[in-house]
Design a protein around this ligand. Structure first.
Ligand code: NAG
Ligand code: NAG
Ligand code: NAG
Length: 552
């Protein structure tokens, strides 16, 4: 049992868990370097220190995209896997085979799996999953396949761990180490289910065929259990739920559960009042609730809270850019778009497009005064696009397509680019909560509509522009409860396409689906999906609408 020699007498499992928990506290208090310094010396002896250390390096790499950081994270993940492996007891292939026949209980009975070794399995699965994410950054197809195999392997181990947790004796279940183990299983199984459930259904079915499970409800309930447990990974389950609840809501379904998100965050607000991540989510929730001023304050507080990880500033700048856009304060919105263009490496194409879109909303004198040139900015977009694994990113592609019309020597202006982007990025859910802002947006749209109507020399993009304006106008009217007018706008959009004359809601929706391969105007399928969702919501009002809507 050579692995025993690696165990330090000073670092038993409980001490390791405590150390890791202290480091996590540092991390949540913005003391990132302190957290790393605490974990680093023990990373060869303790799997928890190894896992914590490489997790932070991975996060850093994900934020900076710096090749140097990526290499460092990769090296530390490799070391962490080795550290975990030293604690894995039974000879792996034999164990896997026998537990396949006799079930996971076999591991406990025959292999006499010690608590420590159960935790080693869990940490191994975690680190493996992290390594898979990093492997995907390797651009080749080999990297993609390798990453996929790691994910599958990791999932399998999580399933084993779950089985182990389920067969653990009741007397064992009270132990703090078991609570941490259970929390880790909740976190892993929950995240897997939730992430997979976000995949398109065709891909999900393939994944299920490969043995994965992507059940959203199971995922959420596991994560809720993990968040409620008093374990090392509770905060990670909480953060996963927050990310899902505030960023990944399936579009069109609207709300999400902000009450739940707030309740989840509450205990951490008290414990880490100045923690950057906590401030960020406090702000994000306020923003989604339409409390824009409060959100702005908290995003600014989040920026002021720390200097060590500048990428968190970029996250806040992105959010602030939107928060000011919601208020139609284009001057401030421009400020943050400009900061992103100058400082962040994530997606220059999107940032530059966004900056140009925001500037388009300002009077020309003001743009000149700022020393900017809108046409020049739009022309840069295409050249700034990134490629990940040889593929371009849909959002960047969309921006480039939109910006294309500026490339000619006689550029045609986009009608209301900043408002259109507001829609594409789901901003109308927030704006819709503020009738005053919705009215202001409506006024801008009506002005644009008028300009388009009076255009003496319509360009080839004329129909495009009209559709966008009508669609957005329809959304605003719907938010304001002016449903009949809203519908007339949506109908205008539809009458512009090849299939027309369908006004009844069911018909309308069916037609929108059939028109997914649209010809007349080029917005992404994403947009079609939103119209569909918007009309779906409207469908519930249809009974209340007067029959006069239905044309002959
Ligand atoms: C940990 O192990 C790696 C190789 O496995 C070695 O390079 C490194 O120096 C070790 N670190 C410590 C602190 O012992
Ligand atoms: C939101 O979450 C809370 C707390 O978990 C729950 O009581 C409530 O029913 C949920 N609401 C919705 C609409 O899901
Ligand atoms: C915004 O949220 C804060 C904190 O929850 C609250 O004190 C304030 O009254 C809210 N403002 C509005 C306009 O809802």
């Amino acid at each position: 049992n050579t692995h025993l020699s690696f165990r330090s007498p000073k670092m038993d499992l409980e001490t390791a868990l405590k150390g890791c928990s202290t480091a996590l506290g540092f991390f949540l208090n913005n003391r990132f370097a302190d957290a790393l310094a605490l974990l680093k010396p023990w990373r060869n002896q303790s799997m928890y220190h190894a896992m914590g250390y490489s997790s932070i390096l991975l996060m850093q790499a994900g934020m900076t995209f710096d090749p140097h950081d990526i290499d460092a994270a990769m090296a530390s993940l490799r070391e962490s896997l080795q550290t975990c492996q030293r604690f894995q007891q039974c000879h792996k292939p034999v164990r896997t085979f026998k537990s396949y026949i006799f079930g996971a209980a076999y591991n406990i009975i025959v292999c006499k799996l010690l608590t420590e070794e159960m935790h080693a399995e869990l940490c191994y699965a975690e680190v493996l999953l992290q390594k898979a994410f990093l492997t995907f950054l390797d651009e080749s197809i080999i990297g993609f396949i390798k990453g996929g195999m790691k994910i599958r392997n990791s999932y399998q181990i999580y399933k084993d761990c779950q089985a182990l947790a389920n067969v653990t004796k009741d007397t064992e279940k009270q132990k703090s180490t078991h609570i941490h183990f259970r929390g880790g299983v909740n976190m892993g199984i929950g995240s897997f289910n939730l992430m997979l459930s976000l995949l398109p259904s065709r891909v999900l079915r393939l994944m299920e065929f490969l043995g994965f499970s992507g059940d959203r409800e199971v995922g959420l309930s596991e994560l809720r259990e993990g968040a409620a447990s008093n374990s090392l990974r509770s905060i990670l389950s909480t953060l996963t739920l927050l990310i899902y609840g505030t960023h990944f809501l399936p579009s069109g379904t609207g709300e999400g559960n902000l009450t739940e998100a707030e309740a989840l965050l509450e205990p951490y607000k008290e414990k880490f009042p100045n923690g950057a991540l906590i401030l960020f989510y406090t702000a994000r929730i306020a923003l989604l609730k339409g409390n824009i001023t409060f959100a702005q304050e908290k995003f600014l507080a989040c920026i002021a809270a720390q200097e060590e990880w500048r990428q968190i500033h970029h996250l806040c700048s992105w959010e602030l850019m939107w928060a000011y856009s919601f208020e139609l304060n284009w001057r401030e919105a421009y400020r943050y778009a400009d900061i992103l263009c100058k400082e962040s490496k994530w997606s220059q194409a999107v940032y530059v497009f966004q900056k140009a879109a925001i500037l388009s909303m300002l009077p020309e004198e003001e743009v000149t005064e700022l020393g900017e040139d809108v046409v020049e900015l739009f022309r840069q977009v295409d050249g700034l696009r990134l490629r990940i694994a040889g593929k371009s990113i849909p959002t960047e592609k969309f921006a480039a397509k939109k910006a294309q019309r500026y490339s000619s020597s006689n550029p045609v202006k986009l009608a209301v680019p900043a408002l259109e982007m507001l829609y594409v990025w789901n901003g109308f859910t927030v704006v819709g909560k503020r009738p005053d802002l919705t009215e202001s947006i409506l006024t801008i749209l009506e002005k644009a509509e008028e300009q388009l109507r009076d255009d003496p020399d319509p360009s080839e993009y004329h129909v495009d522009d009209q559709c966008v304006v009508q669609l957005l106008k329809g959304l605003c009217l719907r938010q304001l409860g002016r449903l009949v007018q809203a519908e007339s706008c949506f109908n205008h959009v539809i009458s512009r396409s090849s299939c027309s004359n369908a006004i009844l809601h069911n018909e309308l929706i069916r037609h929108l689906i059939c028109r997914m391969n649209y010809k007349d105007y080029n917005m992404e399928s994403r947009l079609h999906f939103r119209i569909h969702a918007a009309l779906n919501t409207m469908g519930s009002f249809s009974a209340k609408l007067p029959p006069s809507r239905t044309p002959a």
